[in-house]
Design a protein around this ligand. Structure first.
Ligand code: FES
Ligand code: FES
Length: 177
């Protein structure tokens, strides 16, 4: 893990630290205040605004990203905790030539959203879920996605989308459950 280096700019009351990590496969180094959240660093320093700020207190899941392939709430994660780690955001799912990730394509196909505000978090959570449990039942999908709230109530479409990718990965008929 990269060592954090202390730095106090003139006029600053809080020592800043350098954090080095990979975001969507690219090396990034940022000088930040120690209490800067991963969410604020992504949105305000790196303009990766696909990750949404909902409650900013760990209750809605809108800010979900992956760290080393595991889903985390970026509003409750300090950037300094990500030093030396691999962070993946919704922007990192799209292939270089623009092809959507299968989970993204499924959300479009199965109307897994309405306003779209919760959608990046839902998709990042679903991607991690399908890595964690490739044979998840519908009930397990709903339970595993329960931390991602949708004010539009698009839950049925969200589960349909995740189920279709699960079934495609397992070589069975989509929607066979
Ligand atoms: Fe992070 Fe709501 S913005 S959980
Ligand atoms: Fe609007 Fe989920 S699609 S909050």
């Amino acid at each position: 893990m990269t060592e954090l280096t202390g730095h106090r700019p003139e006029g600053s009351t809080q020592t800043e630290v350098t954090v080095a990590l990979q975001i969507n496969g690219k090396p990034v180094e940022l000088l930040v205040k120690p209490l800067t959240s991963l969410l604020d660093a992504l949105r305000e320093r790196l303009q990766l605004t696909g990750t949404k700020k909902g409650c900013d207190q760990g209750a809605c899941g809108a800010c979900t990203v992956l760290i080393d392939g595991r889903r985390v709430l970026s509003c409750l994660t300090l950037l300094v905790q990500c030093d030396g780690r691999q962070v993946t955001t919704i922007e990192g799912l799209v292939a270089p030539h623009g092809q959507l990730h299968p989970v993204q394509a499924a959300f479009v196909q199965f109307d897994g959203f309405q306003c779209g505000y919760c959608t990046p978090g839902q998709i990042m959570s679903a991607v991690a879920l399908l890595e964690e449990r490739q044979n998840a039942s519908d009930a397990e999908i709903r339970e595993a996605m329960s931390g991602n709230l949708c004010r539009c109530g698009a839950y049925n479409g969200i589960v349909d989308a995740i189920r279709s990718v699960r079934d495609a990965c397992n070589g069975s008929t989509p929607g066979a459950l």
